[in-house]
Design a protein around this ligand. Structure first.
Ligand code: NDP
Length: 492
């Protein structure tokens, strides 16, 4: 019956389903150049070699980007060294803070443009780049701007001094946010920077150079050299770099650690994870299900601290799995620029192949796979949200970082067993605990070997809060006052 046929006073019929009309964000807000060079000494340095960066949701070419050579890295380090020596490191903290505040405000003003570009180049849903990545990136600059003139108070009687030139290498899962995590504390502490973004997601870092110009940051204080891993390796090996800050895979992190050993360079590593999300039978179940979904499907699960291992207390296993599967079926997978999208595209073909092969290993080893019915776009790199039940601790899907929308469910009976199983991993980046009892949260937090333990929530970030790992998840902290320490030396 149509609305027009409805008799007066009759109750309107309930809609038959709740599918959403597409609501794509306009791309017109951002202008992408055909070709980019490297940003060195406040100028664009022509790149001798280039490669094509694409949109992972459509495989559409977006721009040609410079493949940084050793000479490009050398020019960038030279520019950073001269900016350090010729003014930046000697500038009063209150003056440095003004630049950081300015950058933060421009990020806010240009947030729509940057969010659209982030989703276009990286594949993440626009609602995440708009509501998480951009506000947090600006918040990091605001936060560290506040520390720039208070270092003497933050580290009383320790005479904090900048380290020098920082080489920073970042991954593709949060390109602009990781840039902010790295650059904001480095500048607040008086260092200069050479940053290499991931080769798959260079575009927001390149647009950020325009933000730097708008903020009138002195030339050479921040330099950006794009390219593949070889560009990062040249930065790690460069003799005039004083500190390396790296976020990425444990494998590359290990190589960097061995490379800088004995060189006198400072090092912080933020590496992989295999977080345990632990759900006790006294938790608020619906809230926990939301936390589990957010923990593993946020950013397609391409998150180092993703809650990829779910530990459920045996007594609530069945109702929890039923609710989880029902909720999973409501996730909308598709166009990252659509404001309704919950799960976007996988960042690259290589990453998609890695996810697919680990998922296949789960099936082969005997775990039970569940994927809700969903139609994936034909072009681009896509993977349906996946849950594995019947998982043994020894399976690869319970041990290795998948970095995709794949959850492995295991069970436990007692808190002691939960701790033992949760800690049974080479990683130690984050964990989550869901329970009504405050005392149990504290008991668990003391025993979980993880840098961050969330209680009745997951994937919460704040610039005031330090973040970092234990074991193979790396060392050093980013965020908070602790995040400054990696960029300071102390003449005690
Ligand atoms: P990588 O560790 O290879 O990449 C991280 C950054 O390091 C990128 O900028 C990369 O450049 C650069 N890089 C690569 N090799 C070197 C090197 N020898 N020296 C210096 N820099 C280098 O991670 P991937 O992107 O290849 O992802 C592989 C796996 O790593 C993922 O499946 C995931 O499991 C994990 N990962 C973890 C992240 C985390 O936040 N903990 C983030 C990203 C990935 P390039 O872009 O050219 O590769």
């Amino acid at each position: 019956m149509s609305e027009l046929d409805r008799p007066p006073g009759a109750t309107p019929a309930a809609p038959r389903d709740w599918t959403y009309a597409p609501a794509p964000e306009s791309r017109d807000v951002v202008r992408i150049a055909e070709r980019y060079g490297h940003f060195v000494g406040g100028q664009w340095l022509e790149a001798a070699e280039t490669y094509e960066t694409i949109s992972p949701s459509s495989e559409e070419p977006l721009a040609l980007v410079g493949q940084g050579t050793e000479q490009d890295v050398d020019a960038a380090v030279g520019a950073a060294r001269s900016a350090f020596a010729n003014g930046w490191s000697a500038l009063p903290g209150s003056e440095r803070a003004k630049y950081l505040f300015r950058i933060a405000r421009i990020l806010q003003e240009r947030s729509r443009e940057l969010a659209v570009l982030e989703s276009l180049n990286g594949g993440k849903p626009i609602k995440e780049s708009r509501d998480v990545d951009l506000p947090l990136a600006a918040a990091h600059f605001f936060y560290y701007a506040g520390w720039a003139d208070k270092l003497e108070y933050a580290f009383a009687n320790r005479r904090p001094r900048p380290v020098g030139v920082a080489g920073q290498i970042i991954p593709w899962n949060f390109p602009l946010l990781m840039l902010a995590w790295k650059i904001a504390p480095a500048l607040a502490a008086g260092n200069t920077v050479v940053l290499k973004p991931s080769h798959t997601t260079p575009l927001t870092a390149l647009l950020f150079c325009d933000v730097l110009r708008q903020a009138e940051l002195p030339p050479g204080v921040v330099n950006i050299v794009t390219g593949y891993g070889s560009t990062g390796a040249a930065l790690v090996k460069h003799k005039d770099v004083d500190k390396i800050a790296f976020t990425g895979s444990t494998e590359v992190g290990k190589w960097i650690q061995s490379e800088v050993a004995g060189s006198g360079k400072r090092l912080t590593l933020e590496l992989g994870g295999k977080a345990a999300n632990i759900v006790f039978d006294d938790c608020a179940l619906d809230q926990a299900v939301e936390g589990i979904i957010n923990g593993i499907y946020f950013n397609q699960g391409e998150v180092c601290c993703a809650g990829s291992r779910l530990f459920v207390q045996e007594s609530i296993y069945e109702p929890l799995i039923a609710k989880l599967k029902r909720r999973l079926a409501t996730l909308r997978v598709g166009d990252p620029l659509d404001k309704n999208t919950d799960v976007g595209a996988i960042n690259s073909r290589e990453q998609l192949e890695k996810i697919a092969s680990l998922v296949q290993s789960g099936v082969d080893e005997g775990a039970e796979i569940y994927q809700p019915p969903c139609r994936l776009p034909e072009k681009g790199f896509w993977f349906a949200p996946t849950v594995f039940t019947n998982v043994a601790q020894s399976y690869r899907i319970a041990q290795e970082e998948i970095f995709g929308p794949v959850l492995s469910v295991l069970t436990f009976r007692t808190p002691e067993e939960a701790v033992e199983k949760a800690n049974n991993t080479p990683y130690g980046l984050s964990a989550g605990v869901w329970t009504e009892k405050g005392s149990r949260i504290l008991w668990m937090a003391q025993r979980l070997r993880a840098g961050v333990v969330w209680a009745n929530t997951f994937n919460r970030f704040d610039p005031t809060s330090p973040f970092g790992g234990y074991k193979e998840s790396g060392f050093g902290r980013e965020g908070g006052r602790h995040g400054l320490e990696g960029y300071l030396r102390f003449d005690e």
